[in-house]
Design a binder for this molecule. Structure first.
Ligand code: MSP
Length: 509
């Protein structure tokens, strides 16, 4: 089955930061998980290169917008491998193939009768590149997101008849109550729709850095339409030799809460205007905060994901961000917090469980996994787990899915303490117990750890592969989440998955 998942495409007027990395990691978890389910995954990310913010920064620096985007886009592209992102393509909206496809798409929308010429009069935030409606204006005509003064704009524009989709959008929200998650964001979008939709600008004539409007070359398309369309255009050229437009539509979108209106109102309306199916689901994340404030390039309080990864590794940063901040909510992140979770959860809970389980098989059974029954309590604790996690991920409950798995990490740790294999080994030596008791414990532990390796793979891609290799079971297929489905026969050596000395040096930022 075709499955396509996207991140927002990033503005290239500054350097990538953890806020950007966050969307990429969430989408990557979904992409990896769906590959494990056997889907034909297309995971798309990229850069949003047109519009005023880019043109303004280029002008300040005395270079052309194209020079600026060519300089900055590679920095965003380089973020992918560092985060262990498995994106299949990186789209750039200055790509001529994208531009042509945008022109064709929007011409079609015009031919369908949803575009007209008019005069725009209203408030505009150059940082959001957003024409604000009355309900979106903060005190003193300022932007509620950036806190800057809004600009009064008056220009001749082409308009998109958003108002024509009032009923269809209300119907969409009624028919599919969970097409936007979490519910709080869905309710926010629905309230905006119910407030009454006004038509929106489709083009700008005050700026030139954008995709030219084919029927009126004095105009460029308003950057948000051009940007949103990446999700569609890249399907055509993102996989060499195939056109995924049919097989991989509709996509699942991962976005931040500040771009809700565009993805949950404008975008489905535009797709309706073109006669296309709306996205499968829009998953909306909150903001990562530093000392209670949104991390953003304009505030300058950014944490460098590259430095964090250098110290703790990509797996740890991925895990930390998704564990610390429940997806959908705002939450504070810090190097101190990362260090704490690294030590307590990754090194102790999971890393140590894996190391000691394998070490005990080596010590007590010469590295051979006993052919024994599974402990019934542990088997029950893992029963249906793969399905439960898959369901949570489908519903955008990314952090809850991780917690569902982590409950089993803790359960297996308790199991070790309860059964005390070292005592069983002693008893066995003194003929005070039959070998079967220890066989069951060791088999259950190794099989539990293996299943956890498969389950945790989307969050911890590198360390789980190391673990599964040491177990001689590199298969990542989701069917392997069932206990007893792939018991290793022998175990190899396993170096600590999360070495403690990594957390010992002090914070790097
Ligand atoms: N270019 C638009 C998106 C177009 S999608 C068709 C854009 N770009 S952005 O670079 O400003 O932001 C990209 C994403 O990063 C947004 O989803 C935004 O919410 C997210 N984040 C930026 N700062 C963030 C945090 N501090 N925390 C979490 N996510 C944040 O918007």
């Amino acid at each position: 089955m075709g499955y396509s998942v996207t991140t927002p495409i990033f503005y290239v007027n500054a350097a990538p930061h953890l806020g950007h990395a966050y969307s990429t990691i969430v989408a990557d978890v979904l992409a990896r998980h769906h590959r494990q389910r056997g889907d034909d995954v297309f995971f798309l990310t990229g850069t949003d290169e047109h519009g005023e913010p880019v043109a303004n920064v280029a002008a300040e620096r005395g270079i052309t917008p194209q020079e600026l985007v060519d300089e900055n886009a590679p920095r965003f592209e380089a973020m992918g491998p560092v985060l262990e992102s498995s994106n299949d393509f990186f789209v750039r909206t200055s790509d001529p193939r994208h531009k042509t496809a945008v022109q064709e798409f929007l011409t079609q929308v015009k031919d369908n009768g949803y575009v007209y010429e008019g005069q725009y009069e209203g408030w505009y935030c150059p940082k959001c590149a957003d024409f604000k409606t009355d309900q979106e204006i903060a005190e003193g005509n300022t932007c509620p997101i950036h806190g800057i003064a809004l600009i009064r704009e008056s220009e001749n524009n082409w308009f998109f008849k958003l108002s024509a989709f009032q009923e269809q959008l209300e119907q969409l929200y009624a028919d599919r109550p969970d097409w936007v998650v979490p519910q709080s964001r869905r309710n926010e979008a629905l309230a905006f729709i119910k407030g009454g939709l006004q038509d929106v600008s489709l083009s700008r004539n005050a700026i030139t850095w954008g995709v030219e409007v084919p029927w009126d070359p004095e105009h460029v398309f308003y950057v948000w339409w051009d940007a949103l369309l990446n999700y569609r255009t890249a399907l055509k050229f993102g996989r060499e030799g195939s056109d995924l437009t049919e097989s991989h539509w509709p996509p699942t979108h991962v976005i931040g809460k500040d771009i809700l209106k565009f993805h949950t109102i404008y975008w489905p309306a535009l797709l309706m205007a073109a006669g296309l199916e709306v996205p499968k689901r829009v998953m909306v994340g909150g903001f990562l905060l530093v000392d209670g404030a949104k991390m953003s390039k304009s505030k300058g309080n950014v944490l460098d994901p590259f430095a964090a990864i250098e110290q703790f590794g990509a797996d740890a940063v991925r895990f930390y961000l998704l564990r610390e901040v429940a997806f959908g909510q705002d939450g504070s992140v810090s190097f101190e917090g990362l260090k704490l979770r690294y030590e307590s959860e990754l090194a102790n809970d999971f890393g140590n469980l894996a190391s000691r389980s394998l070490a005990m098989v080596r010590r007590y059974r010469d590295g051979r996994v006993p052919d024994a029954a599974l402990d019934p309590e542990i088997a029950a604790a893992f029963d249906g787990l793969g399905d439960a996690v898959a369901r949570q991920l489908d519903e955008g409950q990314i952090s809850q899915a991780l917690e569902t798995i982590w409950e089993r990490v803790r359960r297996l740790n308790r199991f070790v303490e309860e059964r005390a294999p070292w005592t069983l080994a002693k008893a066995e030596k003194n003929d005070a117990a039959s070998p079967e008791a220890l066989d069951v414990v060791l088999h259950t532990l190794v099989e539990g750890v293996r299943a956890l390796g498969v389950l945790l793979h989307p969050w911890l891609p590198t360390s789980t592969e190391t673990l599964l290799d040491a177990l001689g079971c590199p298969d990542l297929a989701w069917s392997g989440t069932t206990l007893g489905s792939g018991t290793p026969t022998t175990v190899g050596e396993l170096a600590p998955l999360f070495p403690k000395d990594r957390a010992e040096s002090s914070a790097t930022a």
